[in-house]
Design a protein around this ligand. Sequence first.
Ligand code: DGI
Ligand code: FE
Ligand code: FE
Length: 190
Amino acid sequence: MNTEHIKKELEKQLDSKRYQHTLGVAYTAASLAMRYEMDINQAFLAGLLHDCAKSMTHEERLSYCKKHDITVTEAEQKNPSLLHAKVGSDQVFRKYGIKDAEIANAVRYHTTGHPDMTMLEKIIFIADYIEPLRDHDKELSEIRHMSFMNIDVALEHILKNTLEYLNSSKKEIDPMTALTYSFYIENTSY
Ligand code: DGI
Ligand code: FE
Ligand code: FE
């Protein structure tokens, strides 16, 4: 599918709020790609696709994984909303026909991150958090500014606030989210 076709399909799949968020992530990712001298079209496309599996139900995602032999971790089993990232990354290739493993990985890790992310993975993780329609974090304006100054410092800040939010709302923490945070605490230079 070409970009216009993908946009049309996503507009059909997602509710209007989620589709507007998707466009916000795509344009924010493109802006970060300009700043960090990455491929703008690749970042835009990864941003468009990052939540492509978000409208499926938990049951649909679990049966999709079964059908396509996708391993479901214990954390994902307990919290199937985490699975939209993994299922989405499979659909990037299978449904949307995008043969770009870097885009698939950026979709796959957009929720938990992983230690030592690629620049494209960082861009999508951050764009998802800072796109213009987001307003869930009182430190967003500093994080937005930092995203264009030092991407690793912004990443560490986002992970810290996400873990605080998960702890305070008593949500199960995916071991990958915790590993990602530890990595960036140890490896971010100010
Ligand atoms: O899909 P979006 O809402 O755009 O954003 P997302 O894919 O980053 O998902 C955001 C939610 O995922 C947010 O409420 C925090 C949550 N999340 C991130 N890491 C973990 C997590 N939820 C759980 N239960 N465990 C995690 O480790
Ligand atoms: Fe998501
Ligand atoms: Fe998102």
